[in-house]
Design a protein around this ligand. Sequence first.
Ligand code: UDP
Ligand code: MG
Length: 312
Amino acid sequence: MALLSIVLPAYNEEENIANTAGVLSGLLEEQGIDYELIFVSDGSGDGTFSEIRRAAERNPRIRGAEFSRNFGKEPAIFAGLEMTRGNAVIVMDCDLQHPPQVIPQMWKLWQEGAEVVEGIKVSRGKESPVHRLSAGLFYKVMSKLINMDMDASSDFKLLDRKVVDVLLTLPERNTFFRALSFWVGFRTESVTYEVQERQYGKSKWSFFSLMKYAVTNATSFSTLPLQLVTVMGVIAILFSVVLFVQTLVKYLSGTAVEGFTTVIFLILIIGGFLMLSLGIIGHYIARIYEEVKGRPKYIISRTTWDPDSPVR
Ligand code: UDP
Ligand code: MG
């Protein structure tokens, strides 16, 4: 019988674990789907891992691991994928904002031959206006940069075993799960869902962390910002040709005394362009630096199946 693995990254979600585990196992048992739940606690500072361990004691189909510190959602997803044994794997948030009711639909599409089933958001649910705006901006920028329609995409998706295995062989450290599942290709289907309200706790994203996430992902997935540097250079050159001609004409006609304003203006513009370009290049160097160091994506400090792992 085919096994479905569900990967649930969790960062400070102690209130959600027991509830989510209960809801998912109830649903899957009712549907007669053979399953396992993999919780990855992303270096939580609360009792998330104790909750995972408790859930694992109650239900042997539940396993989990704890990171040595907060590495981020991407590493948590990949650690979870690494731990799965299923023929198909679903990744979803553990706050039940990704409605479990669409899991049977995803499973059915997989049984019919789909290798990737994307969860497409039809509404973003209830969020604060600031969060909505920053998330909206984030997806707009990302879609443009990586040239894929990411507007409604999410981390909620089902992957066939072979897709998971391909993702796990990718050597890069700065992963962007959401876009990688597009990038790898395979037979893709989609299901739509409404983003639900968070069960307990609050969102882990601030405006600042979302922007940082956007920049990191943009530079790890696209070289478009680098081309922007070239575009700025071309604009600066065109501009300087015009001003050069103007200055020359003025000089030859003997009226080249004033022009202090132009000089300040030029210094500011060129200075701005240069620093922006250096910043963009700097981001890429940072990515290269991180990749070259070759450090692991995450460090696991404890697991539910290792009896020696210390209890907090
Ligand atoms: N998450 C994580 N590591 C982090 C931040 C978030 O594993 O550093 C998990 C979090 O526990 C949740 C999922 O990623 O299961 C989505 O996070 P959240 O609900 O805060 O984001 P939102 O739904 O508001 O976009
Ligand atoms: Mg959420």
